[in-house]
Design a protein around this ligand. Sequence first.
Ligand SMILES: [Zn+2]
Length: 228
Amino acid sequence: MASGTAYRREQPQNPWCPRNHNVELYKAPPNKAATTRTRSRIPMIDRYALPPEILHEILLNLDFPSLGMLRRVDTTRRYWVESLPAYSLLKKHASCALHNMHTKKCLSYFPISWLLAEFRHPWCRTCGDFGPLLYMATLTRSCYMCNERRPEYELAAVDAVCCHFALTLKDLKSTPIISSDQYKHRERLTDYSGAKALGRKLHGSHQKMKQACQDNKERREQNHKRRL
Ligand SMILES: [Zn+2]
């Protein structure tokens, strides 16, 4: 392998190299490709970064708003998020649906892997027909008939659900809640079937849930009478 040192002959016609060591060494100009490579959009590899497969698994379990915030941290995090195929696919092909979910304030309940799986599934989850609709409360693809008639696609007001199934807002913390601006006041809606199942699970049985609901009702009436 060559030493990397080059000499410039002062007299090219002389076949012998100069013997004195005061010869000025040739200095090559800096490589342009090497200087431009440092300005590339691809950031330097983080020493503490996880392997790409594990990193992608973690990012797929984040919701869309969290990925948007992570993207704004620095160029490395931006590269992580933008190199995620699920993120770029959803942003390119489902921006309208994502915007609607964002305005209804239910986008942060679902990880990006779930969003991608549901958007790529073209059939109704209940009957198997073509499902052009998306039931936002549980992020489920459905056809028009199922969405109109089936009880699992029914929404209810959060206040009514808490009253009928003896739940508190703390119990509904992990349940998707949709903010509807259809009426003059902003109403909060949730999935009726899911809330009912949650009430049964928390109270143990349907009878105990009804009993807790009746107890809550009597307590509220006594408080009302006391105030009068
Ligand atoms: Zn259907």
